[in-house]
Design a protein around this ligand. Sequence first.
Ligand SMILES: [Zn+2]
Length: 304
Amino acid sequence: MRRLIKNSTVNILHYIKYNVNNILEKNKNFFLILNYHQISDNFDPKFHSKGTWLDTAFFKRQLNAIIENFRIVPLIDGIEKIENGELTENIASLTFDDGDISIKNIIPLLKQYNIPATFFINSATFDGNAGLFHIYQYLNNSPEYRHLLNTDIQSNYPKLRYTKDKKLYNKYRYILDHIYNNINKKEPLFVEKGYLSSLDQNLFHIGLHGHEHQRFSMMNYDEQKINIIKNIEILSEFKSYKPIFALPFGRPDDWDNDTIKICFENDLHLLFANGGINFNREIGYKRAISVNLTLKDLIIKNYY
Ligand SMILES: [Zn+2]
C-alpha cells in the first residue's frame, strides 16, 4: 500500500513505528479496531464533539502509522478471522460512527488508497432525526436556536449522559426531539441514504448503530427490540450491509442484558467502545476511540 504522506512526517512516523514494534513484538497477534466519528480541517462546536473529533491532518498521520504496522481489513473479515481462530498477523479495521456529514471528505481519501471501512448508521437520520446529544450540541452552538434551550433543559442536560434514571433521560429525550423536529433544518448533520448506497460496496460496509442514537439502557426490552429491528430492516436494504451492531456510546452503562439478548437473538456481532485490542472472541469486540493520540499512545492507552 502506498504511503499517504511523505518526507515532512518521516521522523514522527519512525518514532511511532519504533515504539509500536516494541509493543507488537512482545505480544501475540491482535485485531485492532479503531473508531472514528467526525474528521475535518476545522473544529466546529455545532457539529463536532471535543472527545470524538479529529483533524484531517492528524487522521492522515495516524492512518499512515496504521498502514505501516497492520494489514487493514474490512471489519467483518477481521471478526471472521477471530471467530475461525485464524488470526495469524496483526490486523486493523477502521470504523466510523453516526454517519457524520464529515465522512464525505474522508471517503475519497480511503478510496484513493483502497482502505476498507465500516460505517455505523442510525437509520432515523435518513428522516432528519438526531440523537439527543447531537441535538443539544447543535442547538446550543447555533445563535438562532440557543434560546430554545430553557434553563430547565440546560440544568438537566449534563445529567443525561450517565444517569440511570430512565424517566429523567426520556423526559429530555422527547423534549429535545420535539424542539429539533420543529426547527427549520438548513444544515445536514448526517450523510443521506442515497450517498451511502452510492459507495463502493466492496470497500465500504454499513452496520447498525440503533434506529436512533440513544442509550439503549434507557429503554425497556420492547423499545430496544423495536429500535434494533427497525435499524436492521432499513439498513439491510444496502448491498453492503453487515450484521454488526455498534452499541451507541458503547460504555457499560449505555446498554444492559436485554440489549445483548436482542443482539444474540438476531445473530448480530457486537461492538463496544472500551478497549480496541482484540485477541479472541468475547461477548463482543472492543474498539478504541481514535482521538488526538499517536498510534503508539492509542495502543498503550487501550492495552494496559
Ligand atoms: Zn455513535
